[in-house]
Design a protein around this ligand. Structure first.
Ligand SMILES: [Zn+2]
Length: 456
């Protein structure tokens, strides 16, 4: 183990030939080269892969067989931007309606065992899909690319405050591991890791961090903000902290200033999702993001479906190049992003200047404690035919649950839903359900699953 960031050749020397780490190393070495490819070479490479993905989807995914036929898309012919743009966007509602018809009937053997991924429902419409060994493997490869880009010292302590499976990383102890992750451990020695569930209050998080004293901290931007301000007010110092890594929601640049002021550390953000993994990573030299073009095709489109130009904001449409189990083709992920100019770092991976529309607020209990709210949305559909939800904290002790459902819920279903939600919240709020045809986005195009009307 070394006390500075490892280089790829150093990692290569540490990896046993023929091991799982060796396979990962081979991908990292390819990514190390492709980040310097020209924009043209990247696009060519992407469209070759998209052509294969489309042909596979037409052959083995009933939903796409139908969709390509209706849209008159020749999935077996030559693939280029003109053919591509004839494909209708895939919405969350499409995915919910399509169910199993969006899954491949025949995943090529080389893609390995299937797994399941599910969005947390932060958009109000949870999405479930199949992953493969290949997609999970690539997830790890891009995670390590992020560490290498940002020159992290693998021997140091890494702490994460995020969502963990229930009770795995509860306060006061949290969870501990020898290595940052099994994938990194198999590749190169890495330092200890600690994790704390995001259901801990900000006060508890700060106390835990003081005890753990990590070099790296990973958490959600809105949580980070409250945490930094709390530490500042209460004189809690994190002497060894060198960098904060954020993910999972809208990143407000002001958070960077706060962390600089309170801890004198930089913040590195990333843009990822359960559905497609890493979408964009922050440039090693700048505050903007590079699309992970070897993993996903990202299109930023205006209201008319035309590509947005640098400086313009458009909707984010993604296609995972490698998921052959649940191909999401031109998937409208529900975010908005601003297109950036080519980056001065020399990488031609497309630039996103900022990502918008992933915002959440925090819940406040009548005693003033703040929490990241979780409503147990993953299992809503097991209770009643709910399509979309949004929660609004109206007063110190009243929460409105806005629901879009296929039909009105029975009294019994409402009662089960209420009990389920209240079991996830830190205080016995009064929960009032209201029914809607649709829950619209905010003026800025954002959808929030939780809005606090008393935040401040
Ligand atoms: Zn760059």
């Amino acid at each position: 183990m070394i006390e500075r960031p490892p280089t790829l050749p150093e990692i290569a020397r540490a990896v046993k030939p023929g091991s799982r780490g060796a396979k990962l190393l081979a991908v990292l070495e390819r990514l190390d080269k492709s980040q310097w490819w020209s924009g043209e070479a990247l696009r060519e490479h992407q469209f070759r892969q998209l052509g294969e993905l489309l042909a596979h989807a037409a052959r083995t995914v009933p939903f796409y067989h139908q969709r390509f036929e209706t849209a008159k898309v020749d999935a077996a012919g030559p693939m280029g931007p003109d053919v591509w743009r004839k494909i209708p966007l895939l919405t969350r509602r499409d995915i919910q309606k399509a169910g199993n018809s969006l899954r491949s009937r025949k995943v090529p053997a080389g893609h390995g065992r299937l797994g399941v991924a599910q969005t947390s429902g932060s958009t109000g419409m949870p999405v479930k899909l199949n992953t493969t060994e290949r997609t999970r493997f690539l997830w790890n490869a891009f995670m390590i690319r992020d560490h290498l880009w940002h020159r992290r010292v693998f021997g140091e302590k890494y702490a994460a405050i995020r969502k963990f499976p229930s009770h795995v990383a509860s306060y006061p102890k949290g969870k501990h591991a020898k290595s940052w992750s099994p994938a990194i451990g198999g590749l190169f020695g890495s330092g200890p890791a600690a994790g704390l569930g995001i259901d801990a209050s900000v006060k508890q998080q700060a106390e835990w961090l003081g005890r753990e004293d990590p070099v790296y901290l990973q958490t959600y931007p809105s949580n980070l903000r409250h945490l930094a301000v709390y530490c500042e007010r209460h004189g809690i110092e994190l002497a060894r902290l060198a960098e904060v890594i954020t993910f999972g929601e809208l990143f407000d640049p002001e958070t960077r200033e706060i962390c600089r002021r309170v801890w004198n550390v930089p913040v590195t953000d990333m843009y990822s999702s359960e559905e497609v993994g890493y979408i964009a990573l922050q440039c090693p030299d700048h505050a903007h993001y590079h699309v992970q073009a070897e993993n996903v095709l990202v299109e930023i489109l205006d209201d008319g479906g035309e590509p947005s130009a640098p400086g313009e904001i458009g909707k984010v449409v993604v296609t995972h190049l490698h998921n052959y189990a649940s191909p999401f083709i031109r998937y409208d992920i529900g975010d908005f992003a601003e297109v950036g100019e080519d980056c001065a770092c020399g990488r031609r991976l497309p630039v996103l200047r900022s990502i918008l529309g992933r915002t959440r607020n925090m819940l406040q209990t009548p005693s003033g404690d703040r929490y990241w709210p979780f409503f147990g949305a993953r299992t809503f559909t097991e209770i009643a035919p709910i399509l979309q939800h949004q929660f609004v904290q109206k007063t110190a002790d009243v929460i409105e649950g806005r629901l879009v459902a296929e039909r009105a819920l029975t009294e019994h279903e409402e009662e089960r839903l209420r009990r389920h939600i209240l079991s996830r919240l830190p205080y016995p709020f009064k929960l009032v359900f209201t029914y809607h045809d649709e829950i619209p986005r905010s003026a800025g195009g954002k959808y929030e699953d939780f809005i606090s009307e008393i935040a401040g």
